[in-house]
Design a protein. Structure first.
Length: 620
């Protein structure tokens, strides 16, 4: 499945409007409509929105269904030879957008799909002739098909669409294909060794790509706050994408629809920005967030985990030493021994048994390194994606709902009468503990970003000099090039069973490319982050704090893969890498940014060219 969830390599595939009278002339080109063939090639991006199941719907109320000029939205589905399908594409209002619908067969061995095997422009269904439908089409082979939803002449229309897929003869389902129901594995089975890392990766991959439905628990059925007071799935008002406080949306139906810039599991464009902790309606009430790229998360989690263990051990040793008679205050520098250049400040273990945390540096008093989220608010991928399911899709995990039943949090989970169904949609355990583990394994074993060689020796020389200048002006003070992982293994345990979970060995389980193993068994990752929080100054600060983290404070984002994750910064305001650097400079990084500004324009460009070498490979 991974091969198909990226830019579609479809060579010479004409998409021809099927229901337009001959001689109808496009005034922009002077050509008849029948000559306006849309061709998808290797250079033409299709925005993959996810995997659609039979009976599934991409809702017009979903903000990700906006079709603008040039947009091509792709949906995959698994079909069986002989199955008869109907695919319907409606504009949210008639002609806005004027829809165009095409179907492509499964990829061949080279990744090509060939020309479309069915298309429709104007279906003349209902009261709107401009909607599209491929009706009662018999699937020729078994495999993964691609639906492309677009607009007539790709002219956009500033409107949202509804897309639905049905099976007409009860013979469409490939029994070997995954479904949401098939991913509902038990955590006890994982604990007992019933799944290996690769199998859990595949389940998590499907969960990342699937288009969630109300039958899965997507959305909510709350008549009022914290819900939106609309029928299920109760999307927030479009196109605003504004969350209601900690409850969130929903404002999407799949992960991949907002994480596809640069390839699968990438960042998001500004059209998919969300506005967190708002009033559910007005963008000005929330804090804007651009989607982050997701590669290499497991390495970052393990590095943060080891740093946490090491600095907590330093404090524990100091507390013991402070109680040795004669008792005395012990000051300890919180520099993790495996990565001693990263400084989390100092603490004082006092003779009276208390601890003075006043000199901490860019970390919470729990001494837990939290690399995830723009603010550095989560320590683990498991908790990070658990929050994502809840706020983006309205899907609550089994462990989090169990906690809600013990300590109710109606603002985040809803005020449904049954604590096991707080969003009142009739679906309990919307994401099981086992599914949460599979999603965590998937995220934690994605490949890492890499350096991309320049096209010529001269260009590579500029990249190399740009790296030297990057360090000379002080950027590496925060964006540390290397971090060492002493033991490159990560245990993923469930929350509900107390069982063993599963252990990820990054040397063998992580997708390629992955770091080499050093002679001592460690790994060195070129992440370009120090895992700490910094004050970024008033020009970059949010309108309000987030989870008790100050409005102007953000974690140092890793620069690996940055070439393929535009736009930049937490709110996507920087269109270019140069802009992203120049917008720093009013907080803890003032000196380095001033040094950057003092460079010549060509030297600045060399630094940009170095940053552009930090990219990624194609998906596996």
């Amino acid at each position: 499945m991974r091969q198909s969830m990226r830019w579609m390599l479809i060579v010479g595939a004409p998409l021809i409007a099927s229901c337009v009278a001959d001689g109808n002339v496009d005034p922009r080109t002077g050509k008849t409509i029948s000559e306006q063939a849309l061709v998808l090639s290797a250079a033409t991006p299709v925005d993959i929105e996810g995997v659609l199941d039979y009976g599934g719907v991409a809702f017009a109320e979903n903000p990700t269904t906006l079709l603008e000029v040039g947009d091509l939205h792709g949906y995959e589905f698994n079909g069986k030879a002989g199955g008869v399908v109907t695919i319907t594409l409606n504009g949210s209002t008639c002609g806005r957008p004027d829809t165009l619908l095409d179907l492509f067969k499964p990829e061949d061995a080279s990744g090509n799909r060939g020309p479309s095997i069915a298309e429709n422009d104007d279906a003349f269904i209902g009261s709107c002739i401009l909607d599209s439908q491929i009706r009662s089409f018999r699937l020729p082979v078994t495999g993964t098909y691609l639906i492309v939803a677009t607009t007539f002449l790709q002219q956009g229309g500033n409107g949202h669409y509804k897309l639905s897929l049905t099976c007409d003869n009860n013979a469409c389902v490939d029994p070997t294909a995954p479904t949401f129901a098939s991913t509902r594995i038990a955590q006890t089975a994982i604990d007992a060794g019933g799944f290996n890392v690769g199998q859990l990766f595949d389940i998590g991959d499907f969960l990342f790509e699937t288009v969630y439905q109300t039958r899965d628990g997507m959305g909510n059925n709350l008549a009022g706050a914290p819900g939106g007071g609309k029928p299920r799935p109760n999307f927030r008002q479009i196109p605003n994408n504004v969350h209601f406080a900690g409850f969130g949306g929903p404002e999407a139906q799949s992960c991949i629809s907002c994480h596809n810039v640069g390839g699968d599991d990438g960042g998001g464009d500004n059209n998919h920005n969300i506005f967190q902790i708002g009033d559910g309606i007005n963008r000005a009430s929330g804090v804007p967030r651009n989607g982050i790229a997701l590669l290499g998360l497991g390495l970052r989690e393990r590095a943060a985990q080891e740093m946490t263990q090491e600095i907590q051990a330093l404090l524990a040793a100091a507390k013991i030493q402070s109680q040795v008679v004669p008792k005395t205050d012990i000051t300890v520098a919180l520099r993790p021994p495996t990565n001693p250049t990263i400084n989390f400040g100092t603490v004082i273990a006092k003779a009276d048994g208390t601890v003075d945390f006043s000199a901490l540096n860019r970390i919470d008093a729990d001494l837990v390194v939290k690399p995830f989220g723009w603010k550095g608010r989560e320590a683990t991928v498991r908790r990070f994606i658990e929050g994502g399911w809840r706020v983006h899709f309205g899907m609550q995990t089994e462990p989090s709902v169990n906690n809600h039943c013990i300590t109710p949090n109606v603002n985040n989970f809803g005020n449904g009468a049954n604590c096991q169904d707080p969003d009142n949609d009739g679906v309990q355990k919307e994401i099981s503990d086992g599914q949460l583990s599979a999603g965590s394994v998937y995220m934690n074993t994605l490949q890492m970003p890499i350096r991309l060689p320049a096209a010529t020796p001269a260009a590579q020389a500029r990249v190399n000099n740009g790296e030297v200048l990057f360090k000379q002006v002080g950027c590496e003070g925060c964006h540390r090039q290397f971090v060492t992982i002493k033991t490159p293994r990560l245990v993923q345990k469930g929350d509900t069973t107390g069982g063993a979970g599963i252990t990820i060995n990054f040397a063998t389980d992580m997708k390629q490319p992955r770091p080499a193993v050093n002679a001592d068994g460690s790994m060195t990752i070129e992440v370009w982050s120090d895992f700490r929080r910094f004050q970024m100054g008033p020009s970059l600060q949010d309108s309000k704090p987030f989870n008790q983290i100050a409005a102007d404070t953000f974690v140092t984002p890793p620069l690996w893969g940055i070439r393929d994750s535009a736009p930049y910064l937490h709110d996507g305001r920087a269109a270019t890498l140069l802009d992203s650097v120049l917008l720093h400079g009013e907080g803890n990084d003032t000196a380095s940014v001033n040094a950057f500004k003092a460079l010549t324009a060509d030297q600045q460009q060399q630094i940009v060219e170095f940053m552009e070498s930090l990219g990624r490979t194609e998906d596996l």
